[in-house]
Write a protein that binds this ligand. Structure first.
Ligand SMILES: [Fe+2]
Length: 387
């Protein structure tokens, strides 16, 4: 049997107002000068200003780095590194969605290394070039329930020279402490609650469907989907419901823990289309979900049977799961086609070629050829469910 390498998350503090413990947690970890990495719109909010004030009151020498975009670039990470070094910081506190947490993790990895950022791209054993003793600790506080970057060991950073996204990886990029505080997510508007929540569902669902052997990740994925079924509609209709917000944060962390097992064609196409059309990643996964399920249906019989029973769906097996995802999308006002997002048939051959080569494609239940990606793309573009 091949040797398998399994990873599990980190210290997680979860609950209402858990972020009020931040200064204490820093003190317990001997952190004195953390760099706060959070995007500009969040830095101005009452909640984040309150957290920073509490850190000052806890005698922490905090400064804030916010000079990065929704798709952070290598130059922006370099700018954060200068900020980290000039402020003589000893840790990163990353607060926000995937972009803030990915930027913070990349700064913490690279700031004190001898090699620049791209030397740590997730290729072969590049990560071994890093001196682990120079990696700064990261405390992550997600403000969306979707990417799960807070429990991940990588960052996605845009290379603006070559216009592509690169994955920066090191096992020690995993934040040492995660704080899941639902009060930080209550201001997320319904359409973003829907899109990020569907990203969390796509992580759990693709991980569950991926054929690699990882029963622990599979168990996490199926329970993650149960939480999303119960709580995403509530978080969408009543954003102030702290129980629903808490359960969605947990389901999001579960999805990112589970997808070490593999992702699939949803993410392969979503990565390609996201880079080309600058569309929301979770929204793309949400639109693509039923089309990808249909493309894989003949390989999912037993798993869909189990999933439909576990989720207590109205109908058994594949059809039950498909109907549930379609109904959930409708409830969350997710468009049914890529055309409704402004995607066109232009460059469809290039989109298919890039998707088949995307890293996520290898986790799909079956290998889909370039022609199959082309057909899948066209089904999703025009709203044809290939039953
Ligand atoms: Fe995703």
């Amino acid at each position: 049997m091949t040797l398998l390498h399994w990873h599990y998350p980190t210290e997680i503090l979860v609950g209402e107002n858990a972020s009020s413990q931040l200064a204490t947690l820093c003190q317990q970890q001997s952190i004195e000068r953390p760099l706060f990495v959070t995007d500009p719109s969040l830095a101005a909010t009452q909640a984040i200003r309150g957290i920073i004030a509490a850190c000052h009151n806890g005698h922490l020498a905090v400064s804030v780095f916010s000079d990065f975009s929704g798709n952070p670039t290598g130059e922006q990470v370099e700018s954060g590194i200068r900020c980290f070094l000039e402020g003589r910081h000893d840790a990163v506190i990353a607060v926000g969605g995937g972009s803030s947490i990915d930027t913070g993790k990349a700064i913490a990895l690279v700031a004190k290394q001898q090699h620049p950022l791209w030397q740590f791209e997730d290729i072969d054993d590049n990560w071994k070039k890093a001196d682990p003793s120079f990696i700064a600790p990261v405390i992550a506080l997600p403000t969306t329930a979707g990417t799960g970057s807070e429990v991940g060991r990588a960052s996605v950073i845009t290379d603006s020279q070559s216009h592509c996204k690169r994955v920066i990886f090191h096992p020690k990029m995993l934040p040492e402490q995660v704080i899941l505080d639902p009060t930080l997510t209550v201001d997320l508007p319904p359409h973003l609650t829907a899109a990020t929540g569907m990203d969390a569902l796509s992580h759990n669902l693709e991980a569950y469907c991926s054929p690699s052997y990882h029963p622990m990740a599979e168990a996490i994925a199926i329970e993650g989907m149960r939480l999303i079924k119960l709580y995403l509609p509530i978080a969408y209709t009543d954003g102030s419901n702290l129980q629903a917000r808490t359960q969605m944060l947990i389901a999001s962390s579960m999805g990112a823990t589970a997808f070490q097992k593999g992702l699939g064609a949803m993410h392969a196409l979503a990565h390609t289309l996201g880079a080309r059309y600058n569309l929301h990643h979770g929204l793309l996964n949400a639109v693509l979900m039923p089309y990808v399920l249909c493309a894989n249906r003949h390989y999912l019989h037993e798993k869909m049977q189990r999933l439909s029973h576990y989720l207590e769906l109205d109908k058994d097996g594949f059809d039950g799961v498909l109907e549930w995802t379609l109904a959930l999308r409708k409830q969350l006002r997710i468009p049914h086609t890529l055309a409704q997002l402004g995607v066109t048939a232009q460059e469809q051959a290039t989109i298919a070629a890039q998707s088949v080569n995307d890293a996520a494609a290898s986790g799909n239940p079956i290998h889909l050829s370039q022609e199959q990606y082309l057909a899948l793309f066209n089904h999703a573009l025009n709203g044809t469910l290939d039953l």
